[in-house]
Write a protein that binds this ligand. Sequence first.
Ligand code: DPP
Ligand code: ZN
Length: 845
Amino acid sequence: PQTIYLKDYKPFGWIVKDVSLRFVLHPTETRVFSTITFSPNPDPAAERRFFLHGEHLKLKSAKIDGNPVSVDITPEGLTCDVPGCDFTWEAEVEIAPAENTALEGLYMSNGMYCTQCEAEGFRKITYYPDRPDVMSTFTVRIEGDEPVKLSNGNPAGQGDGWAEWHDPWPKPAYLFALVAGDLVNHPDRFTTKSGKDVELNIWVRPGDEGKCAFGMDALKASMKWDEDVYGREYDLDIFNIVAVDDFNMGAMENKGLNIFNSSCVLASPETSTDANFERIEAIIAHEYFHNWTGNRITCRDWFQLCLKEGLTVYRDSQFTSDLRSAPVKRISDVIDLRGRQFPEDQGPLSHPVRPESFQEINNFYTATVYEKGAEVIGMLNRLVGDDAYAKALDLYFDRHDGDAATIEDWLKVFEDTTGRDLTQFKRWYSQSGTPRLKVAEDWADGTYTLTFTQDTPPTPGQPDKAPQVIPIAVGLLNPNGDEVLPTTVLEMTEATQSFTFDGLASRPVASILREFSAPVVLERDQSPQERAFLLAHDTDPFCRWDASRELARASILAMIRDGAAPDTAWLDGLERVVFDDTLDPSFRELMLAVPTQSELAQNLFEMGETPDPDAIHRAVETLRQAMAERWADRLPRLAKDTWVTASYAPNADQSGKRALGAAVLSLTTRLDGGAAAQAQYDAADNMTLQLSALGNLIRAGKGDLAVKSFYNQWKEDRLVMDKWFGLQVGAAEPDQAVEVARALTRHPDFDWKNPNRFRAVFGALAMHHAGFHRADGAGYALLADWLITLDDKNPQTTARMCSAFQTWKRYDAGRQAHARAALKRIMAKPGLSRDTSEMVSRILE
Ligand code: DPP
Ligand code: ZN
């Protein structure tokens, strides 16, 4: 396969002035008529070859200025001779949406036509310069019997069997969308700050109308928030969202017509958990925010993906922090970053936030581009301050509205606003790997000195790293626990750098990397007493939580290595937080959680040891059991405090209580054999309570009846059934997870071509650390079998699931041999997709 490089970028040789499309819909013979006006691009740097992307298209006719032309067709597209002046291209192609199982381009889901064009799906619809820097206005006519026919922009007329749409905002083809089917809408309206009335709709399959209200409220809240916080107003007469059951990703920000995986928009208390509600709210916001950061200002090329994704993730995290709890959101984001992005950045798939080469761009919709991309913007905001950040963003929108922009453009607005030189900061975009930050402390004559050393280990293709700019937020506490230095941002630019603090009456305790001010691994040799002190006194909720996390980690590692007992000093400190009812229940729930088994494996690996998944599992089980026994007398009271008497609402307050309640139930179940879980299961009137009860019943070995009754209650609801599939794998014993997953693949409702269902089973297996990394390799083999099967139908989802193997070199020789064999087996599959082949070869390297 061909590798594409950032350094080879050249503008397209023509400007597309207008696009007109006509679709005559048919499941296997959809005809697409395109009329495109091209004008030579005066840019001397532009490439001169007239090449239109096109894949799996049956070309029926092609004309230039009304005259038939002969074209050279390859599997990737076509070329032909064109005039040196403006001209009109007309083509007719035929495609088969019902046969499109890759879910890219125009495809069918439950009888409904829908599209996914990011990143390179439009070329499966018609011949086109399918690259984000080619922007144009679109007029779309859809012909078919489907009662609802939607596209981007504003409605431009409709009649019997047809509908027309016009999008006045120039856009790249990846933002094109079309939907047609038997759909019903949940309507609403929004008045923008300048008084423009906008029609809003969430379109769903009949029967799902009752699951739209929450998403609609989230949409209106997002529209208002983007006006209030970023000054961004909506720019069309209508905004449509459509829920689709078969979808590779979470959702897509097509201009004026967002298409969502139904799991990321449909919600009701009976069928969705609190976590689902929060995620839906965030994704609706994310896609809506893309209207400005992604659509009005798009990316010049796919290497710049983080330009829109990092910024939009950053914006949606600000939104969630504003609507819910900022500290809880921050801690949750760090858990996610350490759980998903750090392993990526420290393993064979490591790549810069702005990659410099790829074979298949779909493989770069990663935690690094999205989540580390957002962290980089958070650092920039912290370094320049909120006022300058706001000014820089205003300048960005002013200067680049309508552009296909780059990271250079983005950084320039900050340089122009603040006068800073961001040359060194830019390394965050080009250097891969997670910097390690070591701290040394010194105290002499009333002066306290912190000396930091940064070092980024080599990553694929990048043996040597230069120092990066690291904003280190620090606070100092005196021995009474009073803050003597409020949060201060130290700006580290050297490989080693010291910062001194004078005029202190006594040696302080430093709270370092407050709010997790940079995506680094902090290596701090700190005494357990000092960590316990921070757990008790730190005014920064993140550092307080992290102090406990470090103590938990140290305790579990000592249990694994030396068979030590759980650290009672830590548990004493933790107890004071968990049972402190003046603290936010969701913060207490985060405190109660211990590091994930995968994270512990990573820690051991970093210390030069070979992690044993079974030993890690046993240690965590022993610790959880010790927590349950230690607090046996106090758990019932704590459980009662989490009861919600008001009617169900998925807000931060109620969901925090239920989350703490679920954490308590999991401890209680270790003591009562599932009695409390059964009672909760029987009484549950919402999915959050029902599902946590079911999980605990399964873990207690008492789940058989509940698993059956849950199935009978929910078998008609695909999204709930995804939970049913996933939970059984996730809650299985380590030596059973593979068998449970295998048995579920034989269940009549295991529709493996549906990405949500496939991920429900295999995502849960991959997340089951001890289950997936079973010593005999059965987990690796089962996943490999299914990836080989799925690759024929859906390369994108297959490739993404391959990342389950990215940590394989952490483990012992036996496991490594099994993993290598599984990966080689995938690699050897005849006709392996470019997507999967790129992923597996990178992982194997
Ligand atoms: N651009 C999309 C998103 O992140 C990708 N699915 O919102
Ligand atoms: Zn996005």
